[in-house]
Design a protein around this ligand. Structure first.
Ligand code: AMP
Length: 216
């Protein structure tokens, strides 16, 4: 089964995608993670994307579409995938539809994680991940049991995303409303859209998502 998670930055797409990956064996395809890896490696794509990402703007459609098309062709996607962060514009959604037809792959469900925008700035600016194992934490809502020590692996170094500062977050939220929200109507018209309440407790959101997937 192939699904797509849609929601503004901070809605919990990444966290929930990882949980669904474990529950259903589908693979998470996060264009944000792919771009951050490209930036870290210093590749041509990374160099092109870095400044745009630091501002919180969207990188050009063509670059993203090529990147995701190559990724979907890899063997590990054969058991199903969870798109996280793509498509983010109507032209990207159109390109995905065409691409999947050409590859003879279905998109079984598109799920909106609906959240209250005002809460997103606090959610995002407080988040951090363990530099060793990648476990996610939050300054207010999910602190490690021992201050400064990862619960999962014991490491003491943590990373924050360069674009998780208040100014960039506001720009990312604006980009979501202007450019990404219109794709909800695109998928509603095609009869594949569901919505879950992303303001609920994290486990509850996971339960709602599993319900949608199992019922699809
Ligand atoms: P994310 O990790 O999904 O929040 O993405 C981080 C940043 O990567 C975004 O603010 C954009 O600059 C860029 N990005 C990720 N996915 C896309 C996409 N599908 N289209 C354009 N830009 C993207």
């Amino acid at each position: 089964m192939n699904i797509l998670l849609i929601g503004p930055p901070g809605a919990g797409k990444g966290t929930q995608a990882k949980r669904l990956e474990e529950a259903f064996g589908m693979i998470q395809l996060s264009t944000g993670d792919m771009l951050r890896a490209a930036v870290a490696s210093g590749s041509a794509v990374g160099q092109q994307a870095k400044e745009i990402m630091d501002r919180g703007d969207l990188v050009p459609d063509a670059l993203i579409i090529d990147m995701i098309s190559e990724r979907i062709d890899r063997d590990d996607c054969a058991g199903g995938f969870i798109l996280d962060g793509f498509p983010r514009t109507v032209p990207q959604a159109d390109a995905l539809t065409k691409m999947l037809v050409e590859k003879d792959i279905s998109l079984d469900r598109v799920i909106e994680i609906a959240v209250d925008d005002d809460a997103m700035v606090t959610r995002i600016t407080g988040r951090l991940t363990c530099a060793n194992c990648g476990k996610g934490y939050h300054d207010e809502f999910e602190k490690p049991e021992v201050d400064g020590v990862c619960d999962k692996c014991g490491a003491t170094e943590f990373n924050r995303r360069a674009d998780d500062n208040a100014e960039t977050v506001r720009n990312r939220l604006a980009a979501y409303h202007e450019q990404t929200a219109p794709i909800l109507a695109y998928y509603k018209d095609r009869g594949v859209l569901s919505s879950v309440d992303g303001m609920a407790q994290m486990d509850d959101v996971t339960g709602q998502l599993k319900g949608v997937i199992e019922g699809a």
